[in-house]
Design a protein around this ligand. Structure first.
Ligand SMILES: Nc1nc2c(ncn2[C@@H]2O[C@H](COP(=O)(O)OP(=O)(O)OP(=O)(O)O)[C@@H](O)[C@H]2O)c(=O)[nH]1
Ligand SMILES: [Mg+2]
Length: 237
């Protein structure tokens, strides 16, 4: 039997049964979202990162480049304010703000409610910008096809091993704010190695929303996944 008190003394707190039940209930909702997205042929992405790593800015750049080619909608989670949704609307992308009122992550049920509030007809890509932090959002499946995590050059290259669950559960890692790399003690090679130590097969590459480095590569990745999703749905009907 695991000795909880010893673990707690070492600074490790085990998930109790209440948390496990909450996660199980969330998984059930996430599966229903995944099923709905599969039926509708909508690619669903969950974008995660620490606070301020550049999620909204990257999505603004993505919207500018892909909005004529694909019908994109964005659900954006924050503890307070409508600011990110307003920034996304400014570049012509339809965005709905989910205000969590202090909760540090998005849960499946919040996504279900948000999806009910928007028109999903004809949507190709639905993107969720999660609440900025590398801890709680890692545990909550939102029914996404792919989880994309940003690791900003300003955060330090040691984060993948300190927050392994987020990197272990991701499908793509973007090293954001790459324009700042010349000014920072951040080793791209060390960061990639650390990400691959927790998730060996994962793709990792740098992006900068300021200079455009890596943005075409990111948009091509997204384009390929959206087309594949549409084809898989068409093939199964
Ligand atoms: N140098 C540089 N700054 C960037 C880049 N992308 C974003 N920023 C800046 O970083 C700050 C945070 O960017 P956001 O896009 O708001 O980050 P976020 O991850 O959406 O933040 P939260 O939603 O609060 O978690 C802003 O001041 C941006 O202008 C980049 O590629 N390079
Ligand atoms: Mg944001």
């Amino acid at each position: 039997m695991v000795d909880k008190s010893t673990k707690a003394a070492r600074g490790t707190v085990l998930c109790d049964n209440a948390n496990m039940n909450l996660l199980k209930a969330n998984d059930f909702v996430a599966e229903s979202i995944r099923k709905k997205m599969a039926e509708m042929g909508i690619l669903l992405l969950n974008i995660t990162s620490s606070a301020g790593s550049g999620k909204t800015t990257l999505l603004q750049e993505t919207g500018k480049r892909l909005k004529e080619e694909f019908k994109i909608k964005i659900l954006v989670g924050d503890l307070e304010t409508e600011r990110d949704a307003e920034r996304l609307r400014e570049v012509g992308v339809e965005a709905l703000q989910i205000v969590t009122g202090g909760i540090c992550h998005l849960e499946g049920q919040m996504i279900v409610q948000a999806m009910d509030a928007i028109d999903l007809d004809g949507v190709d890509i639905l993107i969720i910008e999660n609440v900025g932090n590398l801890v709680c959002p890692a545990s909550f499946d939102l029914g996404e096809d792919y989880r994309v995590t940003l690791l900003a050059s300003t955060e330090g290259d040691d984060k993948p091993k300190k927050y392994p669950r987020m990197f272990f559960t991701s499908d793509l890692v973007l090293i954001s704010k790459s324009d700042l790399l010349p000014h920072l003690p951040f080793s791209v090679e060390a960061a990639i190695q650390d990400v691959r130590d927790v998730n060996p097969e994962i793709e990792v590459f740098p992006v900068s929303s300021l200079t455009g480095e890596g943005i075409d590569k990111w948009c091509n990745w997204l384009r390929e996944k959206a087309i594949a999703k549409r084809k898989s749905t068409t093939a199964s009907v």
